[in-house]
Write a protein that binds this ligand. Structure first.
Ligand SMILES: Cc1cc2nc3c(=O)[nH]c(=O)nc-3n(C[C@H](O)[C@H](O)[C@H](O)COP(=O)(O)OP(=O)(O)OC[C@H]3O[C@@H](n4cnc5c(N)ncnc54)[C@H](O)[C@@H]3O)c2cc1C
Length: 301
């Protein structure tokens, strides 16, 4: 039980416009979604929010829909449990795989996609998946309306560093927009035990068989998710795309093992790991190679 003083005010808006108006009037409000990061900070005395804006009653944020262009609009309030449901999981398999690895059932019932983005931990498990999907982050404020930022690419990404984002104080994270699955997707994670563990390293591989690209992103081995462009180009040149499109193995023949091996080495080269209380940089780099190879084998071999 925490001995933290209760916040001076707890606002419980029932709609998105109501929540945005409250934030416009008081941008210093601390936004609360599932509380699985925020309440840890409060309980450890790292945060003493004067006033809290809870998003629990904002149903718009808990939904998802298909946009006219076929992409998926995933509300920031979708929980990890919801991301695994049968209507959504097949459309974003790597995101569902990542969701399955997060915390415990209690954490997965409360913790949200928006909260993972809001915390912006380098170890956040959804972030490499979203980077490999080329996700766009949708932010909205009462005064300026909506703007969309790429997660990590370009000059103005949403993620600007470890635990730092481009969100303005009067904005809410409303959604992420991602393509629906168009090929194999894999998410793999390594930690100090099998469950209830923060990633020492993780890896998300997303393949689009029609557009013929693959993207690989590593997590927990850099300030933000690290894409592996050199490894991606290397593998893309060596895949049998028609076979992959037909659901058959796309890495065959005597070169297949060497391709997988080299892919792992090139991915590990893209990592910028550090030594910390969870692991060493050397182990993390080794883990990146193992995870990347395993992901490519599962996706294509
Ligand atoms: C026991 C335990 C195990 C965990 N295991 C994992 C794990 O395996 N992998 C992993 O990645 N994480 C893990 N976490 C961390 C946490 O569960 C996730 O980061 C989760 O996604 C946070 O979501 P939340 O809804 O609880 O966010 P909150 O704690 O409510 O908020 C987190 C941050 O995001 C901001 N925020 C939330 N929603 C919005 C919004 N819509 N607009 C603007 N800002 C917003 C908040 O202001 C706050 O700064 C674990 C946590 C615990 C306590």
């Amino acid at each position: 039980m925490s001995d933290a003083a209760p916040p001076a005010a707890l606002l419980l808006p029932r709609s998105l416009p109501e929540a945005l108006d409250a934030l416009a009037a008081a941008p210093e409000l601390t936004v609360l979604a599932g509380g699985t990061d925020l309440m840890v900070a409060v309980n450890y005395g790292r945060l003493r929010p004067a006033s809290v804006l809870s998003l629990r009653g904002v149903d718009e944020l808990r939904s998802w829909r298909r946009l006219d262009d076929g992409r998926l609009w995933l509300g920031a309030g979708l929980t990890y449990r919801r991301l695994q449901d049968a209507d959504l999981a097949p459309l974003v398999p790597a995101l569902a795989q990542a969701a399955r690895t997060v915390g415990s059932p209690q954490i997965r019932n409360s913790g949200t996609l928006g909260g993972n983005l809001g915390t912006a931990s380098p170890a956040g498990d959804t972030l490499p998946v979203l980077a490999s999907l080329g996700a766009e982050v949708v932010l909205r404020s009462a005064a300026a309306g909506e703007r969309t930022l790429p997660l990590v690419e370009g000059d103005t990404p949403f993620l600007t560093g470890p635990k730092r984002t481009a969100r303005r104080p009067d904005e809410l994270l409303v959604a992420v927009v991602v393509p629906a699955s168009a090929g194999p997707q894999e998410f793999l994670k390594i930690g100090t035990r099998n469950a209830m563990v923060i990633s020492v390293a993780n890896c998300a591989l997303v393949v689009d068989t029609a557009a013929r690209w693959l993207r690989c992103t590593l997590g927990s081995v850099g300030p933000v998710p690290m894409r592996c462009p050199d490894a991606e180009a290397f593998a893309a040149e060596r895949l049998d795309w028609p076979a992959l499109e037909a659901g058959r193995p796309a890495l065959v023949g005597s070169d297949a093992a060497a391709t997988v091996e080299e892919f792992g080495i090139r991915c590990a080269d893209a990592a910028r790991p550090i030594d910390d209380h969870r692991s060493t940089a050397a182990y993390r780099r080794h883990a990146c190679a193992v995870l990347a190879r395993r992901a490519l084998r599962r996706a294509a071999a």
